[in-house]
Design a protein around this ligand. Structure first.
Ligand code: SAH
Length: 211
């Protein structure tokens, strides 16, 4: 991103409510164009979701920013992302935390994203092709969990794998209906839910993808 593009990109994010300085800095350092192919790469800096392989989408930058901000990621944190997709969100998280585990149900998306992480030297991201609705029991607990596909309810295994004091951000609702971005905080007394805003994500689907 050249200086002009970066300025416009950050301005757009601020206008949509992304104001956290660390999140904005991380988003300045990760070039969204690196995560897009073909004709869509030209539209990398527009604030809209764009198609990626396997019929999936790279999320809208302002939504990535708002979710990252709500997640309140700290440098010592271990983060789980369900829904690697292009790898864009994981790359931003990698700049803010100690380690990111990112999983997707499509082998092809995981392989493509891993290749970009390798090229960018993002060595603190571990990827895996798996159904993320079961989480990653071997790596649990996580300080933060972000789900970038919509489930009807927060998956139980993910709630179980969240550390006490931890935060999970995810879209909930039926696909193609209104979904809401929610923030779940695990306290000593149980779970606190906050509704953030309406959103629209691809659905969280069980099992592995075909590609
Ligand atoms: N975070 C991505 C956007 C991902 S789109 C980015 O920054 O580009 C949502 C992704 O969730 C898709 O790639 C889809 O394959 C994946 N997904 C859907 N259901 C899943 C599941 N059960 N386990 C893992 N990944 C899943």
């Amino acid at each position: 991103m050249d200086a002009d593009t970066t300025m416009r990109f950050v301005f757009q994010l601020r206008q949509q409510g992304v104001t956290d300085k660390r999140v904005l800095e991380a988003m300045e350092r990760v070039d969204r164009q690196d995560f897009l192919r073909g004709i869509f790469a030209d539209r990398a800096y527009e604030d809209m979701p764009l198609p990626i392989p396997c019929g999936q989408t790279i999320s809208q930058p302002s939504i990535v920013g708002l979710m990252t901000q709500a997640l309140d990621v700290q440098a010592r944190h271990k983060v789980l992302e369900v829904g690697t997709g292009s790898g864009y969100q994981a790359a931003i998280l990698a700049h803010l935390s100690r380690r990111v585990y990112s999983v997707d149900r499509y082998r092809r998306l995981v392989a493509d994203a891993q290749a970009v992480f390798d090229r960018l030297g993002l060595v603190n991201i571990t990827t895996q092709t798996t159904d993320g609705s079961h989480g990653l029991p071997d790596q649990a607990p996580f300080d933060r969990i972000i789900v970038t596909a919509a489930a009807e309810d927060p998956p139980g295994p993910l709630l179980a794998q969240l550390r006490e004091g931890g935060i999970m951000v995810l879209p909930v609702g039926q696909s193609d209906h209104v979904q809401h971005l929610i923030k779940v905080t695990k306290t000593t007394d149980g779970l606190d839910y906050t509704e953030l805003r309406p959103v629209r994500f691809v659905p969280l689907v069980e099992g592995l993808g075909g590609e």
